[in-house]
Ligand binder design. Structure first.
Ligand code: EPS
Length: 387
């Protein structure tokens, strides 16, 4: 058994569900642990009208008793408050009124390939599930992985490093403390001047009926060396992280550490030299590899970047084709966000936490939290790792 999760739910249906399997017994949880990240995911300059309707909260329906995990699957449910406005269109059961089909697929969305693949005639049957609303369920699942990681000495953070044409200056080596106020920035960026420029660029884009993408960075501190493995392709942790982050809606690129930038450097400027001292044990002065070598964690902070394309739902729709008539038409016009990179970072945290939680479980076993902590202590002693 590893740690795994699944989600269910449509964007304007009754609600979202996440089921997480493989958590040890004994993790202490509070409702606040679950709901803090759900609220953080709703933040960010560039969000649309929907976020005024939703107040995401996770209800626990299985796997937790009196504030502790039981070791059984944990089931979470998040209500879609907007369902009240969609009851006829999204009712699980037949309704009396006439519900018009959507026939105008949006370029860049799952719409066209989805109806072809599933043999459907109403684009809404695809777009409701393809919507990034689903990321609320991922974030809820991620809070459980984060609670496990917290008990193993790991914290996971994120910040936005680019929106549209605005790139934040490269910071000095970041520490956990640097992230204390990141959510105070309206775009979750650590640089005040870049934040302002990002907000201005989003406002300009929104006025022009455009959307914007960007890049977020997820950093995990306190990760022990040796998670993942070099011995088999599917155990390489960088591969698993890339898959997890790339699976987030609208992602088009994933980098580990300096990622694509490394391709243009000479070898001596691309790697992290190894040192040893009595105080630190093995250590590096740089972190170009993003804490991963040979598919394994190195003990330096884990750094994963995700590049999001501009959202494909546009208030100035692109050209498309009516799938009923095959005539040229404008794509479906829907209420939408203009930029979700700040929220993307929070979703990235969840996906990285879920992958790390699984890697810890594989390394340490995982029926009982105290067993995991003892195994971690023994391992840290064997490799003489100084946190
Ligand atoms: C989304 C469109 C918008 C977003 C939604 C994702 O929703 P609506 O069409 O209802 O305005 O706000 O994201 C969320 C609801 C959310 O919670 O993140 C889309 O088409 O992907």
């Amino acid at each position: 058994m590893s740690l795994r999760f699944t989600t269910a739910g449509e964007s304007h249906g009754p609600g979202l569900v996440a089921v997480i399997e493989g958590l040890p017994a004994g993790i202490e949880l509070s409702p606040d642990d679950l709901n803090r990240d759900l609220a953080r995911r709703q933040l960010g300059h560039g969000r649309g009208g929907r976020m005024k309707i939703e107040k995401d909260k996770a209800e626990v329906t299985a796997g937790v008793r009196h504030g502790r995990t039981l070791g059984s699957p944990v089931a979470l449910r998040i209500e879609n408050r907007d369902f009240a406005n969609w009851e006829e269109r999204m009712n699980p059961w037949p309704v009396d009124g006439q519900v018009d089909e959507v026939h105008l697929p949006r370029p860049g969305h799952a719409d066209l390939a989805g109806i072809q693949k599933f043999g459907l005639t109403d684009v809404r049957d695809v777009l409701e599930r393809a919507s990034a609303r689903e990321t609320a369920a991922r974030v809820a699942a991620g809070t459980l992985a984060k609670a496990l990681l917290r008990d193993l000495g790991v914290s996971v953070h994120s910040h936005v490093i680019r929106i549209g044409s605005v790139t934040a200056p490269e910071p000095e080596r970041l520490t956990q403390e640097d992230f204390a106020d990141v959510d105070e920035s309206p775009v979750r960026c650590l640089d005040a001047a870049a934040s302002e420029a990002m907000v201005a660029e989003i406002d300009t884009a929104r006025k022009a009926n455009e959307s914007l993408g960007g890049i977020f960075e997820v950093i995990a501190f306190g990760v022990v060396p040796g998670l993942g493995s070099h011995v088999s392709w599917d155990e390489r942790l960088d591969g698993r992280l890339a898959q997890a982050v790339m699976s987030i809606q609208s992602m088009k690129g994933v980098g580990i550490g300096d990622g694509f930038d490394l391709a243009g450097r000479v070898g001596s400027a691309a790697h992290d030299e190894i040192f040893w001292s009595e105080e630190h044990g093995y250590f590096r002065e740089t972190n170009r590899a993003g804490g991963l070598e040979g598919g394994m964690t190195t003990g330096t902070p884990l750094v994963v970047r995700g590049a999001m394309k501009p959202l494909p739902t546009l208030t100035k729709p692109l050209r498309s084709v009516d799938i009923a008539t095959k005539q040229p038409a404008q794509a479906l016009r829907e209420r939408t966000d203009s930029c979700t990179v700040p929220a993307g970072g929070v979703v990235g945290e969840a996906m990285v936490a879920l992958v790390l939680g699984a890697a810890y479980r594989e390394k340490l076993g995982g029926d009982n939290l105290e067993d995991m902590r003892s195994a971690l202590r023994a391992y840290e002693e064997r490799i003489e790792w100084r946190r």
